[in-house]
Write a protein that binds this ligand. Structure first.
Ligand SMILES: Cc1ncc(C[n+]2csc(CCOP(=O)(O)OP(=O)(O)O)c2C)c(N)n1
Length: 341
């Protein structure tokens, strides 16, 4: 697996900056009461989404759990479409109907965020089954939180994926906490969760350096190529950390973990700082260039806010479109409402 070039690392940094600055703007406007509902930030975990995208080949697909604005942006979905969706506007990625969990991007082969823990795992197996059936050589990248690993459906999916030889790379983004519960309080395991793959005779690996983009990319790309060449699933676990609460309305974000723990990660394990320092040490970027990158991302994020603000809300008629096939096609079921139950 070849190492990333300077240009690739600079692009990785640019994308991580865009993710962080975009999410900071989401938070600011959420706090100002301009957008409501769920807001699930991935600040601190940017490197995972960027490393995954850089490891993906053109025919590959990806899908994730409840925390996924970083994956949506990395898939190429525009800040405008995401912000408008969060604002509940008709110009949003899902026409303003779903908010945080409506961030699909079919053109970028990104199949969205699934708020039901592990619900995305059998869908990823389905994506992989289709690619195998059509012999495309593609890999399905399936991200999930460590809080989703005890769901029955995840284990059923691991079993069938190994049995059928499905090209899925399952990637646990282990940020240590599921809502307010630490991994040790919710899961029984020895040294790492990925070892559970052994029960399914599946390959696995645990990566501690979730903040180190080049190392992370190297391991993810290597695992993906293994999946591609063997047509077998792989379970990868990446240790990472989220700076904010479970959602932005998590009032206890500093109670189930100490403020010192959060600060330690910001100081010593920040993915952006890490890559910036590495590029500076390699004389591959200047501090002024880093500032210019941040400025560019800020301009883009503000443009997205204005776009969302200026966009119209969906009409009452439009808000029920593309929800039920029966309603769209005015079937007999639609007139009785039975399709709802
Ligand atoms: C089946 C199911 N049970 C419970 C919940 C409530 N719930 C929402 S997110 C979450 C924990 C998520 O933690 P994790 O999977 O580690 O993802 P993270 O938030 O850390 O990214 C839970 C329990 C749910 N959405 N689905």
């Amino acid at each position: 697996m070849s190492a990333l070039s300077i240009e690739e690392k600079r692009e990785a940094l640019r994308l991580m900056q865009r993710i962080r600055i975009f999410e900071q703007h989401c938070l600011k406007y959420y706090n100002a009461g301009r957008l409501g509902g769920w807001l699930v930030l991935s600040i601190g975990q940017e490197s995972v989404a960027v490393a995954v995208r850089m490891a993906m080949k053109p025919g590959d697909h990806s899908i994730c759990g409840t925390r996924g604005i970083h994956h949506a942006l990395a898939s190429g979905l525009s800040m405008r479409k995401i912000m408008a969706e969060l604002f509940g506007k008709a110009t949003g990625a899902n026409a303003g109907k779903a908010g945080n969990h409506g961030l699909y991007h079919p053109a970028g082969h990104f199949w969205g965020l699934y708020p039901i823990c592990a619900a995305q795992t059998p869908i990823a197996a389905g994506l992989a089954f289709q690619m195998k059936y059509q012999n495309t050589g593609g890999v399905a990248f399936c991200m999930l939180g460590e809080g989703a690993v005890n769901q029955g459906v995840f284990h059923e999916t691991l079993n069938l994926s190994q049995l059928f030889g499905l090209p899925v790379l399952f990637l646990i983004e282990n940020n240590k906490y599921a809502m307010g519960t630490s991994e040790r309080r919710s899961s029984a395991f020895r040294d790492c969760l990925a070892r559970r793959a052994e029960a399914y005779d599946m390959e696995w690996q645990c990566i501690d350096e979730g903040y180190d983009l080049p190392t992370l990319h190297h391991h993810i790309a290597q695992a993906a190529e293994k999946v591609r060449s063997t047509q077998k699933p792989f379970l990868l676990e990446v240790r990472t950390y989220r700076y904010y609460g479970f959602t932005v309305s998590d009032a206890n974000a500093k109670k189930y973990r100490t403020p010192e723990e959060i600060e330690w990660h910001k100081e010593n394990r920040d993915p952006l700082k890490f890559l910036e320092a590495q590029l500076i040490a390699e004389n591959a970027i200047t501090v002024d260039e880093i500032e210019a990158m941040k400025e560019e991302a800020t301009v883009e994020a503000l443009d997205a806010v204005h776009f969302a603000d200026d966009s119209a809300s969906p009409t009452i008629e439009d808000i029920t479109k593309h929800v039920y096939w029966e309603l769209d096609h005015q079937t007999a079921a639609a007139s009785h409402g039975v399709h709802l139950f």
